[in-house]
Structure formats: C-alpha cells, structure tokens
Design a protein around this ligand. Structure first.
Ligand code: CP
Length: 306
C-alpha cells in the first residue's frame, strides 16, 4: 500500500481536506477520547530552519495523542555529512512519521521518495500546508463555513500564499491575492493555473477594493525567515520594505472593515501589519497559532490511516 504524505495539497481532494478539518474539530472538542490514539508512536521532526510554532505544535500534538516526538536540528545531526536519502531511509525504520522543515521542496520530495513512513511538510520554499490547514480551521470556527468565504491575502506571494490558494480553492473559498512582489523561489505556475481554472482565484493590486469585499484579510512577512537577520540581505530587505509599505494591514486600511484579521506568525509589527490590527477585536492571529496543534493532530491521524 502506498504511503500517504502531506507535501502540499496536490494529492489531497477537497473532500479529503474537508474530512481532515472535521476530524480536527472533533479531536479539539473531545480531547480525552484521543489521548491514546498515537500511543507508542514516534514522530521524527527535522528542522533545517528556525521555528517556534511548528516545533511546539507538532511536539505537543504527539504528546497529547499519547505518542512522542524527537527534535532533530539539521546542524547537529549527520544530515550535514551524509546523503539525505540515506539518513531518511534509516530514520523511517525507527520512527512512525516524519515532519520536516527544509529549505527546498526538492528536499521534502526526496524525503518522501525514500521514506517508509508518512512525511509531512513543515514548510519549505514553496508550500506551508499545515499552516494553511490551521488557517482554514480557524476560519471555519469563526465563520461557520468555508465555502463562499472570501480571503484576501496581501503581501509577497510566497509559500503560505501558495498553500492558501491551493487549499482554499479546493475547499470552495474565494481567494484574492494582492501581491506586488512574487517570491520566484515559491512559484508554482501549475498550482496558479489550476486555481484560476476554478474561477475562485483572482489577483489584483487594488488593496482597498479587495479589502472592502473581504471576509478575511491575511498577511505574512515580507522577508523570508532565513533572510530576516542576514546582513547580506539588508539591501533587498530595504527594497522590499519600501515597495511593500503601501500594502500594510493597518488602522487606516481596516477602520471600516468587519473582516477577520489573520497572520501566520512570527509577526513583524510596523512592517506587514501594525499593532492596531494585531490587537483588533477581529484579529484571530492567536487562534490561528493555537490551531496549528489541533489541525496537525488530524493530519497525524489521517496520514497514518487511523
Ligand atoms: N507560522 C509558522 O510556521 O511559525 P514558526 O515559523 O514559528 O514555526
């Protein structure tokens, strides 16, 4: 039997995503019933980049489901010395699941190709599927449905934008991106073409008009995490900030909006979003972050076929 991975949403149907979100809601509401679901199971968690939420939420999810998680910092393992495929072939003989945050989609694909157990993408240059699932769960909780909900993503088109567009259109959401800058390392033209064909995905530079029609407004960092503190990236960071400043989610833009305000964190207040928007009554940013764990519990159960 083939192993079920979560690398992006390409091999997941809209119905499978709906079922996964229903399971996440059920587990969240009935946590005691799931305390032994993953008893004696182990998740290997590989991190080639920094993380707060992805690490904490997956580790907490495993603990709360009765299993165990092992944190593997890429730099302190023999992933720095050996070939990736051999390290994964070994790892998948000692753990039941692998979750990895890596630099490139090619790496996570190679992991899936050589693993005996399910591989979950904890964010790469192209996709962040577990973030998008937590976002959809949060919208479902606050709005009671996903179908027909209009999400406006303002910022740089990146890995998070891809997963929102891919997953959102499969779930019947209307997704509009307002992205004057496109992170070319994240480009997946096939994904954009498929989303466009649904009639649910559009892109514009008219942020005010898009926000006026939005049920949800969403933003993300203008500078990828691996570059944010890198002095070599300083000039590019300044260029991006100058270009993107008119697209900030702030009081002036949102003062008449009833839309939910979302951000996947970590937040850079004063850049992509102002403090007013972060603290607004319609902000669900911390619900989103909490829901990483609840959505991931459903992912862990589903990929194991339990
Ligand atoms: N949103 C997100 O992936 O958070 P971390 O980078 O802290 O894991």
């Amino acid at each position: 039997m083939s192993v079920k991975h979560l690398l992006n949403f390409k091999n997941w149907s809209g119905q499978e995503l709906r079922d996964l979100l229903e399971l996440a809601l059920t587990i969240k509401k009935n946590q005691p019933q799931y305390r032994k679901s993953l008893e004696h199971m182990t998740l290997g968690m590989i991190f080639q980049k920094t993380s707060t939420r992805t690490r904490v939420s997956f580790e907490a999810a495993m603990t709360q489901l009765g299993g165990h998680a092992i944190y593997l910092d890429w730099r302190s393992t023999n992933l720095v010395l050996a070939e990736l495929k051999d390290e994964i072939r070994y790892l998948s003989r000692n753990v039941d699941l692998i979750m990895a945050r890596v630099l490139t989609f090619e790496q996570i694909t190679e992991m899936a190709d050589f693993s005996r157990v399910p591989v979950i993408n904890g964010c790469d240059n192209m996709y962040h599927p577990t973030q998008a699932l937590a976002d959809f769960l949060t919208i479902l909780e606050h709005k009671g449905r996903l179908e027909g909900i209009h999400l406006v993503y303002a910022g740089i088109h990146n890995n998070v934008a891809n997963s929102l567009v891919e997953g959102g259109t499969k779930l019947g959401m209307k997704i509009t991106t307002v992205t004057p800058e496109f992170n070319e390392a994240s480009r997946d033209q096939e994904l954009l073409d498929a989303a466009t064909k649904t009639g649910l995905f559009t892109t514009t530079l008219d942020l005010k008009k898009a926000v006026a029609e939005a049920d949800v407004v969403y933003t993300d960092t203008w500078v990828d995490m691996e570059f944010f503190l890198d002095p070599k990236y300083e000039e590019e960071k300044k260029r991006r900030i100058a270009k993107m400043s008119p697209y900030q989610l702030n009081q002036e833009l949102l003062k008449d909006s009833q839309a939910l305000i979302m951000h996947d964190m970590p937040i850079h207040p004063g850049y992509e979003i102002d403090r007013w928007a972060i603290e607004h009554a319609n902000s669900v940013i911390f619900d989103q972050a909490e829901n990483r764990m609840h959505a991931e519990k459903a992912v862990l159960v589903k990929v194991l076929g339990l």
